[in-house]
Structure formats: structure tokens, C-alpha cells
Design a protein around this ligand. Structure first.
Ligand code: PLP
Length: 416
């Protein structure tokens, strides 16, 4: 991108204004300004999310759905308001298609344990890709081992892209479901999910998308994608931990058995027979995470007010800048060089273990992640035990990339 374009993007997108919304970014770590580059693990929270949590416990706290008193009605209203905000945000057809979960992981387990158990028979296949997070591998492994089905794996190329022809070939009449990430957390690859969903649907195979890493960077329209299930976590999209969403098409959710039993997911109970509740409550047993759900609503409001086109341009420019600067460092090898990437750069540095890179950078106030990023098969595919990973959010800056590059020079000096 030319300098003129860069300036234009920076003017359209006021990163300093955004940074002001995130109180945590103002602090120093070990006497150095905090540079937070671990956003793929979890994002920071804007003040309006933090304030909503505080206001909820100060003014509203009560259990939902069961009370006749003022506070319970208020809490129920705000809780359900978040469901409606999410529905609108992802363009689902109905609030019945928005199931609150603890996060992406629980959403995937829910589908594996309900839809999966109901439909997988001996000899059937579940198709996932090489680049999946463990949370989109292990639930399917568990299901397959229970039902004596087979887990099939779509290979990826050396750039870290799904080989779509192989995907198409691996979708067979035995495939009960295919599940893959929208954006890879370890490589940054953005998969062509709309196209891949179309291919699966042409073969009558339902699709679950792991949207954990896509939601903070893109405006997702589940109807446009035609995803059957789309699972994501609030904490990666500037909301609180412990709350997430499983979107599912009503036609699927209606025919699926409940996930867990307990309060709220029933209409009536006798010792002889229990009648299950309507959607979405059939899948929400027990007292939910009320406070975090309501604060998640504030995160959706925050995201909804942003101009995603300029955010995407800004983040893309930042990714290109960081890739260029890191590539210029001798000994750095970037793992994951897909044509379409989101804000993740995984790398190794010759002669230095990724954990040492992370520890030295930490002393410079720079937070990155090192290890296998819950994607051990990706590490095996690229023949490395671990990588160092930086991941951007909309509040990161070029100056922070410069600080990272200086930090890596420091690592090299120490290991010279
Ligand atoms: N899928 C991907 C691609 C992820 O990056 C993550 C978390 O890092 C998850 C799933 C699991 O998300 P959670 O731990 O919020 O359930």
C-alpha cells in the first residue's frame, strides 16, 4: 500500500479515539507502555462493556425468566435484549436461532452431542480441516469414537490454505457434517467459507463454522453465508468471558434433542415425563451467565457503531506492515502465508525457542502468545513444535509493530 493510501486509511479510522475506549491499554508493564498483541487469545474490553457489568451488579442483579418482581423483569428484559442484538448483528431470522453458550467450544460440543449423536451412525464420517483449533477437533473425535464413525481431515497447502478440491473430494454420501474455521487462529488464514458451504450443501452435507476468530474482524451475515451452525465467543469480540453464541438454523435446532437437562429448558416435569421448552431455551439449562450476557450486548452495541470497512482496511494495512517488517529480520520464518489472511502472524526465529521470545518481549511490555495455540496438528503439518504468534485488534498501531520489531532485535542480541 502506498504512503498516500496509508495516510488516507489512518485518517478515516481514528485509532487513538478507539484506544481511548480501552482503559487497560493506558497502563505500563515493567515500566514500558503495554503493547497488547495477544488478541486472538482474548481481546480487551471497552469502557462501556466494563461499565455495563458494574451497572448490572449495582442496579439490576436478579435471576431471569422466573421472577415477578421489578429486578427480575429488568434483568430478563436486558438479557433477552442481548439475544435480539445478536440476532440483528448476524442477521439471523429469529431469536430462536440464537443459543447462549459459554463460548465457541461449548457451541461446538453442543452440536456434537445433540445433532451428532442423533445422526452419526457406524461408518459415517465427520469432515474437518487440518487447521482446526482443538475445540473443533476433540468434540468430533469423542463423537466418532462413541458412534464408531470416522474423522476425516481436509489437507492444507504450504501456505496454510485449505485445498478446496480435496475438500470436495472428501465430502461423500457418508459425511454427516463438515466443520471448519472461518479464520484460523494459528495461521490467520481466512477460508472461503461461503463457497465451501455451497459445495457442502450441493452434496446435502450440513456445515458448522467455527467463527471464533472471524467475529472480531468481520461483519458476519449467517443468512448470506447460509451456515447451518456458526459458533463464536464474546471475549474475542471485546465482550466478557464466559458467554458465547451458537447460531443454528431453526429447522436443525428444532429436531435436535436437548444438550443438558435442568431448570429453564423444560415446560413441565413429572417423574414420568418431561416436556422440553421451546427454542432457544431448550438448549439453555440452568441459571445463565446473566451479567456477562448483558455486557456482551454492550460489546455488540460498540461493534455495531463502528465502520467495519475502514477497520478492515486499517487492520489489513497493519498486517501488511508487520509482515514486511518481520520478514526483513534475518532468521524469521513466517508460518502461514495465505492469500487471504486476518490479523495473525505466526513465526519462528532461528536458534531461539518461541517461549524465550515471548518471555523477553514480555519484559519489554509486549504481550504475545507462544506455543501450539491449541492447534497441534497445524504445528505437525509445518514441522515445528511451537510458534510465536502476534495477533492484532482494531486498537493496535504501527508504533506497536515498531516496538515489537525492536523487541525482537533485543531477543537476537541476547541469543547472539
Ligand atoms: N476456535 C478458534 C479458531 C479459536 O481461536 C478459539 C480460541 O482461541 C476457539 C475455537 C475456542 O474459543 P473459546 O475458548 O472461547 O471457547
Amino acid at each position: 500500500m502506498s504512503n498516500t493510501n496509508t495516510i488516507a486509511v489512518e485518517q478515516a479510522f481514528d485509532v487513538e479515539k478507539i484506544r481511548n475506549d480501552f482503559p487497560i491499554l493506558k497502563q505500563s508493564v515493567y515500566g514500558k507502555p503495554l503493547v497488547y498483541l495477544d488478541n486472538a487469545a482474548t481481546s480487551q474490553k471497552p469502557k462501556m462493556v466494563i461499565d455495563t457489568l458494574c451497572r448490572y451488579y449495582t442496579k439490576t442483579n436478579a435471576n431471569v425468566h422466573r421472577g415477578v418482581h421489578f429486578l427480575s423483569e429488568k434483568a430478563s428484559h436486558e438479557y433477552e435484549e442481548t439475544r435480539e442484538k445478536v440476532r440483528q448483528y448476524i442477521n439471523a431470522s429469529s431469536h430462536e436461532e440464537i443459543i447462549f453458550t459459554r463460548g465457541t467450544t461449548e457451541g461446538i460440543n453442543l452440536v456434537a452431542q445433540t445433532f451428532g449423536r442423533q445422526n452419526v451412525r457406524e461408518g459415517d464420517e465427520i469432515l474437518i480441516s487440518t487447521m482446526e483449533h482443538h475445540s473443533n477437533i476433540v468434540p468430533w473425535q469423542m463423537l466418532c469414537s462413541e458412534g464408531r464413525a470416522t474423522l476425516k481431515i481436509i489437507p492444507i497447502n504450504d501456505k496454510g490454505e485449505i485445498i478446496v478440491e480435496e475438500y470436495e473430494r472428501l465430502l461423500t454420501p457418508r459425511t454427516t457434517l463438515t466443520a471448519f474455521a472461518h479464520v484460523s487462529n494459528s495461521l490467520g488464514t481466512v477460508n472461503s467459507v461461503k463457497h465451501m458451504i455451497e459445495i457442502a450443501h450441493n452434496k446435502n452435507v450440513p456445515v458448522l463454522i467455527d467463527g471464533a476468530q472471524a467475529m472480531p474482524h468481520y461483519r458476519i451475515d449467517v443468512r448470506d453465508l447460509d451456515a447451518d451452525f456458526y459458533s463464536f465467543s464474546s471475549h474475542k469480540m471485546f465482550g466478557p468471558t464466559g458467554i458465547g453464541v451458537l447460531y443454528g438454523k431453526k429447522s436443525f435446532l428444532e429436531s435436535m434433542p436437548p444438550y443438558q437437562g435442568g431448570g429453564d429448558m423444560i415446560k413441565s416435569v413429572t417423574f414420568e415425563k418431561t416436556l422440553y421448552n421451546d427454542l432457544p431455551y431448550k438448549f439453555e439449562a440452568g441459571t445463565p451467565n446473566i451479567a456477562d450476557t448483558i455486557a456482551f450486548g454492550a460489546a455488540i452495541d460498540y461493534l455495531g457503531a463502528l465502520d467495519f470497512e475502514s477497520i478492515q482496511e486499517y487492520e489489513h494495512e497493519l498486517l501488511e506492515y508487520a509482515t514486511e517488517r518481520l520478514s526483513a529480520i534475518e532468521g524469521i520464518n513466517i508460518i502461514g502465508t495465505a492469500e487471504h489472511k486476518a490479523s495473525v502472524i505466526s513465526f519462528t526465529l532461528e536458534g531461539v525457542h518461541p517461549h524465550d521470545i515471548g518471555t523477553i518481549l514480555d519484559r519489554e511490555g509486549i504481550a504475545i502468545r507462544t506455543g501450539h495455540h491449541c492447534a497441534q496438528p497445524v504445528m505437525q503439518r509445518f514441522g515445528v513444535p511451537a510458534t510465536a504468534r502476534i495477533s492484532f485488534a482494531l486498537y493496535n498501531t504501527r508504533e506497536e509493530v515498531d516496538a515489537l520489531v525492536n523487541g525482537i532485535s533485543r531477543v537476537k542480541e541476547i541469543f547472539a
